[in-house]
Design a protein around this ligand. Structure first.
Ligand code: NAD
Length: 432
């Protein structure tokens, strides 16, 4: 089957490459010509473990192509996946500008029956709106179906998540479109992946409800952690015992500096906005959004509490990406914390295994080190913000010797507080 994916970012590139790996013929399109040129040379534009090998393999085997022409992609494909960005507008709602641009172009080049599949995360009602938009912009009427097929992959383990998802959600109104989607994902039937066949609106809501719930779970444990600090409890024991309750589950119960990334912040805001537009106040979600913002600020206050007046102090920050194994710094807590420290006139030196170039573009005033030890050297405190494996087994005595003051602030609770104290650090984590 010939498939086109429009948008070759984190989701689009992974979707295209994995579908090629499933045996489809893929053309991946982006209007960023530089990105497409690099991909044509086999150069990957994002940091995602395993992606480069799969791109090379499927390109070599002739199933994966890159283009900057939507016309070429649409004309040569039966199915067109839309995977462009849907960033937040200033008011929190999802900006559908890119979806609209792409929808109009798809309409222009349709030359026979096609299936347009929405992979991007979009407000409820968007698939139906897109159907009308395509109908309106077709030069001549051509038959087509719309499918909502939200994506649940996590950056850092995107390939595994795409190839072995917990479920596949397909929102559709035509049997033909459902049959085509099942054919595309037939490899997943073999591993008994649950398929949820539903309406366009329900499929769109499933994605937002999932991210809203996960963001709530993270925020809940962050608030429990904050309370643990006040009452002298250890959030690790609390989270472990909570997680063993089958009704709760142990995932997403790790306290930290607040959720970030390209999805949770924007999707929670968009869901809240969808509710408001329908005259409904989503109280839980609104509190989650506020509590998460506060959590990032609390981390700056925590650093200040440990270090004292921050003016002129040199703070080492380990990790810039919003989580390990990605170079994505969109709404990363680390970036928010660094900004908070700079506002208090601290000097910041940082290191991240993958996201330094991205950070340099938005934080030129920060100093960038070559590794954790370089960052620790001469610093008044070291703050671990993103739990990359490189930061999990630091030579702590060497770190202590390099620091001006032996202050270690561990916002991911990677290290054991008692051990850190034994080594002579002034140590604090989150909720312990
Ligand atoms: P991204 O910004 O990494 O990629 C979007 C790509 O679309 C960019 O390469 C951009 O150049 C391209 N694009 C924009 N307008 C275009 C146009 N008119 N023609 C062709 N290409 C165009 O975004 P992403 O992180 O891949 O997210 C895409 C969507 O998937 C979003 O709705 C997001 O919420 C959703 N999603 C993301 C993740 C994730 O982990 N990143 C997970 C699940 C769902």
């Amino acid at each position: 089957m010939n498939i086109c994916v429009i948008g070759t970012g984190y989701v689009g590139l992974v979707t295209g490459v994995c579908l090629a790996e499933f045996g489809m013929n893929l053309i991946c399109v982006d209007n960023d010509i530089q990105k497409i040129d690099l991909l044509k040379q086999g150069k990957i534009t994002i940091y995602e473990p395993g992606l480069d090998n799969l791109v090379a393999k499927n390109t070599k085997e002739g199933r994966l192509h890159f283009s900057s022409s939507i016309e070429e992609g649409v004309k040569s494909s039966l199915v067109i996946f839309i995977a462009v960005g849907t960033p937040s507008r200033e008011d929190g709602s999802a900006d559908l500008r890119f979806v609209e641009e792409v929808g109009k172009e798809i309409a222009t080049w349709m030359d026979g029956y096609k299936v347009a599949v929405m992979k991007s995360t979009v407000p409820v009602g968007t698939a139906r709106w897109l159907k009308g938009l395509i109908q309106k912009h077709q030069p001549q009427p051509a038959p087509f179906d719309i499918v909502s097929n939200p994506e649940f992959l996590r950056e850092g383990s995107a390939i595994e998540d795409f190839m072995r998802p917990d479920r596949v959600v397909i929102g559709a109104e035509s049997e033909q479109a459902v049959a085509i989607m099942k054919d595309i994902y037939s490899a997943l039937y073999l591993i008994e992946t649950p398929f949820i066949l539903t309406s366009l609106e329900s499929a769109e809501m499933i994605k937002y409800a999932t991210n809203g719930f996960l963001a709530t779970k993270v925020t809940f444990i962050n608030e429990i952690a904050n309370l643990c600090e006040k009452v002298g409890a250890d959030v690790h024991h609390v989270a472990k015992a909570m997680g063993l309750d089958g009704r709760i589950g142990k995932k997403f119960l790790h306290p930290g500096p607040g959720y970030g990334g390209s999805c949770f912040p924007k999707d929670t805001r968009a869901l809240s906005k969808i509710a408001h537009e329908k005259g409904y106040t989503f109280r839980v979600l609104d509190s989650v959004i506020q509590a998460n913002e506060d959590q990032k600020k609390r981390m700056v206050a925590k650093i200040k509490e440990m270090v004292g007046d921050l003016k002129g102090k040199k703070i080492g920050i380990l990790g810039l990406s919003f989580k390990p194994n990605t170079n994505d710094i969109r709404e990363s807590s680390s970036i928010a914390i660094i900004r908070g420290l700079l506002e208090m006139e601290a000097k910041v030196k940082t290191f991240d295994p993958a996201a330094m170039e991205e950070a340099k573009a938005i934080l030129p005033e920060v100093e960038y080190g070559k590794d954790a030890y370089d960052v620790a050297s001469g610093a008044d405190a070291l703050v671990l913000v993103t739990e990359w494996n490189q930061f999990r087994r630091l030579d702590l005595l060497r770190i202590k010797a390099l620091l001006k003051e032996p202050i270690f602030i561990d916002l991911r609770n990677v290290y054991d507080p008692a051990h850190m104290k034994r080594l002579g650090f002034r140590y604090c984590g989150v909720g312990r």
